[in-house]
Design a protein around this ligand. Structure first.
Ligand SMILES: Cc1cc2nc3c(=O)[nH]c(=O)nc-3n(C[C@H](O)[C@H](O)[C@H](O)COP(=O)(O)OP(=O)(O)OC[C@H]3O[C@@H](n4cnc5c(N)ncnc54)[C@H](O)[C@@H]3O)c2cc1C
Length: 633
């Protein structure tokens, strides 16, 4: 019978080296494994060939043999059969089994030496010695596992090689080792052709570079890395088929509320869409891909004498920030990042590609500016950017034993400063009654006297212990961020974070915030001055509606159990939050992020464009609310 290559396409074929037989013949065991590897078979399993795994005195130890085979091969996956679970000491048959600790150590050693090639737990099915193609195919079909055939001689291996050659490798081109690390519920082999080459699975060498993000470690089951908007659409359609699984959407990987990684789910990483091009120099219109970082954007615009206000850290990605708001160091002068958005290209939950603007899908254009993560994946943004000359960039460090007074003074000065001046304050737990206060200030002026005049009042916050004030470009400020290396993000710290917006910084807030800091529950506390141009935009213009806020507060801690009660105690001072800095999943946070009419409008938009709630990782706006009716009286 002749099988065409399609029938064989899914078969993973290997050899079983019987350690009973191989006693005293480890060189030939090595030679057989090497021949299998050269013949492009997928797997070598080492272990006793009989079902019970009973050992004789002359049998080789499978783990030691596997180490030997691993050292003499380079690619082929390795399995170890007869890995005994804890033996029962009263069981005679198990008496000769090694101690579990010994096996565990051997296994750990082989894992670290052979890396992803070791597939000890993955499972395989053993074909009868001399099995023919039909039997192998039937076993593969029935069990959906790699098939291993016991071999004793080079001839036995040679006989199998044409089988492997005829199937031309498995359809994904992935080894047994890589496939063994696949997660349940994902149709890996059904991945569209367009995404196969760039997708990364847990067993792939490059997985460690894509599994985590800047602050979060993760272990997704599949990371899709589309290279074009069409491929993003393919990825979304694939994700829609898997909507029972978590879905992370990643651009720059600096998400705080949006995790953009997960455990066992899918990630669509649009980092490759990182183009930056001027589309209309006269109107300062620039198209930017979501995968660019703000550092790259600032550098590209700088050569034209332009800038686009983003955040305070150039490593952050365009996609996450430009769909949420963008409260940054130019905001008081030039508004939020989303206020510069003129259009965006989106892939919707059903895979449709649309351009949104004031004229095209205005409902989506409204939603994308503040709640973009809920409605689609942005594949490009068109911004109108500003002319920005040299700026004053200051980092001041002050020490105070009266943090309450320092907060109050900061509040008064930062909110009454001219629009050209934006000052952020960072502090943490006071130590020995002393608080270290760091001020990050941008003065949008190239006049040194103006810069000094703007900053001098802030010195009243405490004893100035360090100062660094430079005239630089906005690109210079953004350039201070570290680049992400080829080994990707590492998930630093997993902090939990809370956000709130303040209409004003009152003495009562300064008192309560000082108490919070003294309580020690907050490791990182930041106040961002808002106001200025942010408030020029009518609140109903974008889904980011809290236009009248004077400050954004961020508090980070180790766990919500400690942070939430302490932060909630300050709720009387708050009137909303900025979703990019909040990780609290309690439903009330959605009401804080979006005032009731905004939330109602977002739910309508969501029901229209993402009724199955595919995009739910980041401040999920469910399309409908579950109402409960109780009996009156
Ligand atoms: C060090 C640091 C400094 C920061 N400073 C500021 C600041 O000054 N001002 C400010 O406003 N924010 C700031 N942030 C918050 C930041 O804006 C958000 O965390 C933002 O989501 C990060 O974007 P990203 O693309 O890097 O993140 P990612 O982790 O890639 O994405 C985060 C989330 O954004 C959504 N998302 C990502 N890409 C897309 C897309 N293409 N389409 C639709 N949704 C998408 C997804 O829900 C995702 O989970 C800062 C964050 C960090 C870590």
């Amino acid at each position: 019978m002749i099988y065409d290559s399609d029938e064989w396409g899914h078969v993973q074929l290997g050899i079983l080296l019987d350690t009973q037989w191989a006693s005293g013949a480890h060189e030939s065991a090595t030679a057989l494994a090497q021949r299998a590897e050269a013949g492009r078979l997928d797997l070598v399993v080492v272990g006793p060939g009989d079902a019970e795994g009973i050992r004789t005195d002359t049998a080789l130890d499978p783990w030691t043999t596997a180490v030997w085979v691993a050292a003499h091969t380079g690619r082929i996956a390795l399995g170890v059969a007869g890995d005994p679970s804890a033996p029962d000491p009263s069981d005679h048959a198990a008496r000769t089994a090694p101690y579990p600790e010994v096996v565990a150590k051997a296994r750990q050693t082989l894992e670290s030496l052979a890396g992803v090639r070791l597939v000890a737990d993955a499972g395989w099915v053993v074909a009868p010695e001399g099995a023919e193609r039909a039997q192998i195919l039937a076993l593969a079909d029935h069990h959906d596992l790699p098939v291993v055939v016991p071999v004793r001689t080079a001839h036995d291996v040679e006989r199998l090689i044409p089988f492997a050659a005829s199937h031309g490798g498995n359809p994904s081109g992935r080894s047994v080792a890589a496939r063994s690390r696949r997660r349940p519920g994902i149709d890996y082999d059904g991945l569209p052709e367009s995404l196969r080459r760039t997708a990364i699975e847990p067993g792939d060498d490059s997985f460690s570079a894509v599994r985590s993000t800047y602050l979060r470690s993760g272990a997704p089951g599949l990371v899709l890395r589309p290279q074009t908007p069409d491929e993003v659409a393919d990825a979304v359609v694939f994700a829609h088929r898997h909507r029972h699984l978590p879905l992370g959407v990643r651009s720059g990987g600096h998400g705080i509320s949006g995790r953009s990684t997960n455990d066992g789910g899918l990630v669509i990483d649009v980092g490759a869409l990182d183009g930056i091009e001027v589309v209309d120099p006269r109107r300062r219109r620039v198209r930017v891909g979501p995968g660019a970082t703000w550092k790259e954007v600032a550098a590209a615009l700088n050569s034209h004498g332009w800038a686009l206000g983003s955040g305070d850290y150039g490593g952050v990605g365009v996609g996450g920030l430009a769909t949420a708001g963008g409260i940054g160091l130019l905001s008081r002068r030039h508004g939020l990042t989303i206020d510069h958005l003129r259009s965006a290209d989106l892939v919707l939950a059903d895979g449709r590609q649309v351009r949104v603007s004031d004229q095209e899908h205005p409902d989506l254009f409204w939603a994308v500016r503040g709640a973009g993560a809920n409605v689609g994946i942005a594949t490009s943004f068109e911004f109108e950017v500003d002319e920005v000359d040299d700026v004053g960039w200051a980092k001041l460090v002050l020490v105070t034993d009266d943090i309450e007074q320092a907060l109050l003074t900061y509040g008064r000065l930062a909110s009454s400063a001219p629009r050209d001046t934006t000052v952020f304050l960072v502090t943490g737990r006071p130590r020995d009654g002393q608080s270290v206060v760091q001020l990050y200030a941008l003065v949008d002026s190239d006049d040194a006297d103006v810069i000094v005049e703007r900053l001098t009042p802030f010195v009243a916050l405490g004893d100035l212990v360090r100062q660094e004030v430079v005239l630089t470009r906005y690109a210079g400020v953004m350039a201070e961020a570290e680049d992400v290396g080829p080994d990707g993000h590492h998930g630093y710290g997993e902090p939990v974070s809370r956000s709130a917006l303040l209409p004003e910084l009152t003495p009562a807030f300064a008192r309560d915030a000082a108490q919070l800091l003294h309580s020690g529950t907050v490791a990182y506390f930041q106040l961002r001055a808002m106001g200025g141009a942010i408030a020029d935009v009518p609140p109903d213009r974008t889904a980011f509606a809290h236009r009248r806020s004077a400050f954004q507060v961020t508090a980070m801690g180790r766990d919500h159990g400690a942070l939430d009660p302490a932060f909630d105690a300050l709720a009387v001072h708050f009137h909303g939050l900025y979703l990019s800095f909040d990780t609290d999943l309690r439903p009330q946070r959605l009401d804080d992020a979006f005032p009731p009419p905004v939330l109602a409008r977002l739910r309508e938009t969501k029901a229209l464009y993402d009724p199955d709630n595919l995009f739910r990782d980041n401040f999920n706006i469910a399309p409908t609310v579950d109402l409960t009716v109780s009996h009156a009286g």
